[in-house]
Design a protein around this ligand. Structure first.
Ligand code: SAH
Length: 394
């Protein structure tokens, strides 16, 4: 295969030699050929030293690396990568088990496939491209998925309208690349979820909170639970299974609330311990009483870019301050941030200053992160995005 060649400036090959999977545009000295956005290119350092193969992009990240060895990127290539990822999920006992069929199969850089996300819901793969290169490769990737997953795969839904670079003007349409039988009930640790990958947020479900929901289950017995920013209600069912006294789920989206109610019915038909409210978080928190002794705060990313970091940190502080103020003595707070640009340290600081503002005695019980099916490539620490604290409030 003849790929265009990208040559780096002197001293700019360091990060690739340390296997960081991105080439920034400022590191490029010259390009041989005229690659278009999404084309495969080879990257070279000084003295024609081969460094990597990747997808070319127009923007600050100019190349996303697929391989640090010479490689022909074709269906066989994708098959091998997906097989490695699938083997890992099987060894984690997330795939091919009786009580769980919801997991992330491909987590971008974490699976050495920058720009690609694939979530599995029972027999459906939901594929999301974040780069033009992955968009072009979608049919080859679909073939590879079929080869690796065999009979367990019945549908592939492609959902990239919202994630592809806007300027690329690709007219990408969401839809099925394979199958189309909408069987939308998936299992997570034995609990049933109705997943709406066509209209729902992200790929339809927040797979990344699985282990944290499971931990919550063990704290739920006889507690009054508030699941703030509940979306499909994930934390609520774990709390119910864990023996909570009451569970209230809140989200500003009416659609999320109806999904939550539907999911409660699926798992606990007729159970009167649960109620759900479509309301703004701050409004609800301000007017609620002090009856909850287990509160979950799992807001959407407050900061999507570095330049709004300050406001985001203030948002986290404000939100957590109300929870500290209102939670019952002896209460437990599960608090999260999924903003990639908010570091663990910054998030902690925001939560600490909220605690100080309340004057309550607060202890950290657990420090949470993303689960093993969202692995962090050790050479790409930016991939660590989910942060959580479990706090005991006296
Ligand atoms: N905890 C969920 C995921 C939360 S995603 C889970 O385990 O699956 C964030 C949710 O916050 C979204 O459903 C969104 O509708 C909701 N949201 C965003 N802004 C909000 C606000 N101001 N008040 C309440 N909910 C809000």
């Amino acid at each position: 295969m003849n790929y265009c060649k990208v040559f780096l400036k002197p001293k700019k090959e360091e990060s690739l030699l340390r296997f960081h999977p991105w080439v920034f545009s400022g590191a490029i000295q010259s390009i041989e050929g005229k690659p278009e956005e999404g084309d495969l290119v080879e990257v070279y350092g000084q003295n024609q030293r081969f460094l990597a193969v990747g997808h070319y992009q127009i923007g600050s990240i100019a190349v996303r690396i697929l391989s640090f060895k010479p490689a022909t990127v074709n269906t066989d290539f994708w098959t091998e990568r997906i097989r490695i990822a699938y083997t890992l999920r099987k060894s984690l006992r997330l795939a091919g088990t009786e009580n769980n069929n919801t997991y992330r199969l491909i987590h971008g850089e974490g699976d050495n496939l920058p720009g690609l996300v694939i979530d599995m819901y029972a027999h459906t793969a939901v594929m999301q491209a974040h780069s033009v290169g992955m968009h072009y490769a979608r049919h080859q990737i679909a073939e590879a998925l079929k080869t690796v997953l065999g009979d367990t795969l019945q549908n592939i839904y492609y959902k990239s309208e919202a994630t592809l670079p806007f300027k690329a003007n690709l007219d990408s349409e969401d839809g099925y690349l394979y199958g189309g039988e909408v069987e939308d009930i998936a299992l997570e640790h034995g609990l049933k979820f109705c997943v709406d990958w066509q209209k729902g947020q992200k790929t339809g479900f927040f797979v990344d909170q699985r282990e944290n929901r499971s931990l919550l289950e063990h704290y739920s017995k006889d507690r009054s639970v508030l699941n703030m920013f509940c979306y499909t209600g994930g934390f609520s069912f774990y709390a119910m299974r864990g023996g909570a006294k009451v569970v209230h789920s809140v989200d500003s989206s009416a659609k999320a609330i109806s999904l939550t109610k539907k999911n409660v019915e699926l798992n606990f038909p007729g159970d009167t311990r649960h109620d759900a409210y479509a309301e703004d978080a701050f409004k609800y928190l301000e007017k609620m009483g002090s009856n909850y002794d287990l509160i979950i705060l799992d807001p959407p990313a407050f900061a999507k870019h570095k330049n709004v970091l300050r406001n985001a940190l203030q948002g986290y502080r404000k939100l957590n301050a109300i929870a500290f103020e209102k939670i019952k003595p002896g209460g437990i707070l599960f608090t999260f941030s999924c903003s990639q640009v908010v570091s663990k340290e910054n998030f902690r600081l925001a939560v600490f200053s909220a605690a100080a503002q309340s004057g309550r005695s607060v202890r950290i019980l657990h420090q949470l992160t993303q689960p093993a099916d969202h692995p962090v490539n050790i050479y790409h620490p930016e991939g660590e995005y989910l942060k959580g604290l479990v706090l005991y409030v006296e």
